[in-house]
Write a protein that binds this ligand. Sequence first.
Ligand SMILES: Nc1ncnc2c1ncn2[C@@H]1O[C@H](COP(=O)(O)OP(=O)(O)OP(=O)(O)O)[C@@H](O)[C@H]1O
Length: 241
Amino acid sequence: MSKDLLTLKGVHTHIGAYHILHGVDLTVPRGQLTMLLGRNGAGKTTTLRTIMGLWKASQGRIEFNGTDITALATPQIASMNVAYVPENMGIFSDLTVRENMLLAARGAKHAGQMDDTRLKWIFSLFPAVEKFWNHPAGKLSGGQKQMLAVSRAIVEPRELLIVDEPSKGLAPAIINNMIDAFAQLKASGVTILLVEQNINFAKRLGDTVAVMDNGVVVHSGSMKELAEDENLQHSLLGLAI
Ligand SMILES: Nc1ncnc2c1ncn2[C@@H]1O[C@H](COP(=O)(O)OP(=O)(O)OP(=O)(O)O)[C@@H](O)[C@H]1O
């Protein structure tokens, strides 16, 4: 078994007439939390969408758990226990928190069929999900919505959890809750790939880091090395810090 769960080799993505990814090389080591950093417009979201098959790679290879997934459709990729939380979170505002969770649990027709032990574990990670269980999701705060979105993604056991900017727009206290929850998720054995703009969030959680610029990965290594090198942070991330 390779130590890397996910590998991108020379991945190019075109969106319509635009050439967005120009040969992305990225590895996500098994059991670790990998941070994907970079300035606005660097290509981070496009990379996540390409992994999930929501954009098709025009060149290059994406391997998950030793399988070539480059040409697979999104549902096939998801069925390999890969969950993706997009930046807009994909929550149904008019439905309750419970109904949102239910829809995410494949096969469960009512809340009683959701795995009870798992649900309790999710409640311990994100108490707001339990507290607002019968409330419309649209009434939740930004942080609570983000917590619901991640809860939906982990309603079933996952091998890889991919989350686009979970700290975006959140107050520092909520960011701390989010950091604790991701740390516990990682401790449970799930491999995580997070897009981030917030370097402090990244420093506190990341094991591995990849920095993108102009559609390629321009730096990869340990998060610790980048966290300790302010010059490197500045040259790679500039005003994003
Ligand atoms: N649907 C689209 N059509 C055309 N261009 C797009 C589309 N989506 C993204 N792009 C362009 O692709 C480039 C990369 O965008 P992407 O969203 O991947 O960057 P990002 O690193 O996630 O940035 P941000 O942090 O701002 O979300 C940008 O120049 C963006 O304008």
